[in-house]
Design a protein around this ligand. Structure first.
Ligand code: HEC
Length: 257
C-alpha cells in the first residue's frame, strides 16, 4: 500500500516537472518573437538542382564558409560534371581537383570582422536540419541597431550579413504587440514586407535557396546518393531471395505432413 502511494507521488512529481518544462519552452518561443516554419523541398536525387546548389554555394558562401570534408573531384563525380566544367565553374578557391573546399579567410580574421567565426558548412544540414537552413536564408530583415544592418528571425542577432540581399531584395519585419494571459506584452512577428526589390522574384529566390539547401544536405552525407542506388538493388535481391527460400521450403517440407 505504501509503495503504491510513493509511486503515485513520484508520478505526479514527474508530471509537474514535465509541465514546468513545457511552460519554459513555451515562453522561450514567445520571447523569440516568432519564426518561419516552412519546409525545405529536399531531393538529393535531383542532380540538376544539386549542380545549381553547388554553383550558388561557391559563388555566395565559400568566401566565408569552408566545407572542409568535401573534395572537388568527388563532387564532380557525384554531380555528373566534367573536370573542365568543374575547373571553370566551381574551383575559384582551389588549384587541384583533389583538394577540399577550404577558404583563405583565417578564423581570427573572421572573429575580428564579424565578432565570431563562420562555421564550416560540411555538416550543417545534419546539425541544424534542412528546414531550418531554408528558413534561415529567407529570414534576414533590416535592423539598423545591428553592425551588419540586418537581423535574422531564425537566429537572433546573427553575425552573418545578408549576403544574398541583391538577389532577394531587402525586407522589413512587421512585429505586433500581443498581450498574453499574464498581462505581459510581447512583440510577435507578423510578416515580412519588401522595401527594396531584388534581382530575383520571390519564387526564383525560393528556388535559389532550395537548391542551395539541397546541396548542403547532399554534402552532409555524399554517400546518400550511392546508398539510394544501392538500396534498390538490395531490396530487389531480398525479394528474389525471399521467393526462392519460400519455394525451397515448400520443396523440403512437402513430404512431412
Ligand atoms: C561575409 C561572410 C559570410 C558569407 C559570405 C556567408 N556567411 Fe554564413 N555566416 C557568417 C558568419 C560570421 C556566421 C556566424 C553567425 C553567428 O553565429 O551569429 C555565419 C553563420 C551561418 C550559418 C549558421 C547559422 C546558425 O544557426 O548557427 C549558416 C547555416 C550559414 N552561415 C550559411 C551560409 C550560406 C548558405 C551562405 C551562402 C549563401 C553564407 N552563409 C554566406 C558569415 C558569412
Amino acid at each position: 500500500m505504501m509503495f503504491k502511494h510513493l509511486h503515485l507521488q513520484l508520478g505526479s512529481r514527474f508530471l509537474a516537472v514535465l509541465v514546468a518544462c513545457l511552460g519554459i519552452a513555451g515562453t522561450a518561443a514567445a520571447a523569440g518573437g516568432g519564426a518561419l516554419h516552412d519546409r525545405a523541398d529536399v531531393d538529393v536525387s535531383n542532380v540538376a538542382s544539386l549542380q545549381r546548389g553547388a554553383r550558388n554555394f561557391v559563388n555566395f558562401c565559400l568566401g566565408c564558409h569552408s566545407a572542409q570534408y568535401v573534395r572537388y573531384n568527388r563532387l564532380a563525380q557525384d554531380l555528373q560534371i566534367t573536370e573542365q566544367q568543374l575547373i571553370e565553374n566551381l574551383m575559384f578557391a582551389a588549384e587541384k581537383p583533389q583538394e577540399t573546399m577550404t577558404i583563405a579567410m583565417r578564423g581570427d580574421d573572421a572573429v575580428r570582422w564579424f565578432g565570431t567565426s563562420a562555421p564550416d558548412l560540411s555538416l550543417i544540414a545534419r546539425n541544424r536540419g534542412a528546414d531550418y537552413l531554408y528558413n534561415f536564408l529567407r529570414a534576414f530583415y533590416v535592423d539598423p541597431s545591428r553592425p551588419t544592418g540586418v537581423n535574422n528571425l531564425m537566429l537572433a542577432n546573427a553575425a552573418m550579413p545578408h549576403v544574398l540581399w541583391e538577389l532577394q531584395g531587402v525586407n522589413e519585419a512587421v512585429f505586433e504587440d500581443e498581450t498574453d494571459a499574464e498581462g505581459v506584452s510581447h512583440k510577435v512577428f507578423r510578416e515580412f514586407r519588401q522595401v527594396t526589390p531584388g534581382r530575383l522574384s520571390a519564387e526564383e529566390y525560393e528556388q535559389f535557396v532550395g537548391d542551395l539547401v539541397n546541396f548542403l544536405v547532399y554534402i552532409g552525407e555524399p554517400m546518400q546518393l550511392e546508398r539510394q542506388r544501392l538500396g534498390i538493388w538490395v531490396l530487389a535481391f531480398l525479394l528474389v531471395f525471399g521467393i526462392l527460400s519460400y519455394l525451397l521450403k515448400q520443396e523440403i517440407w512437402k513430404d512431412v505432413k
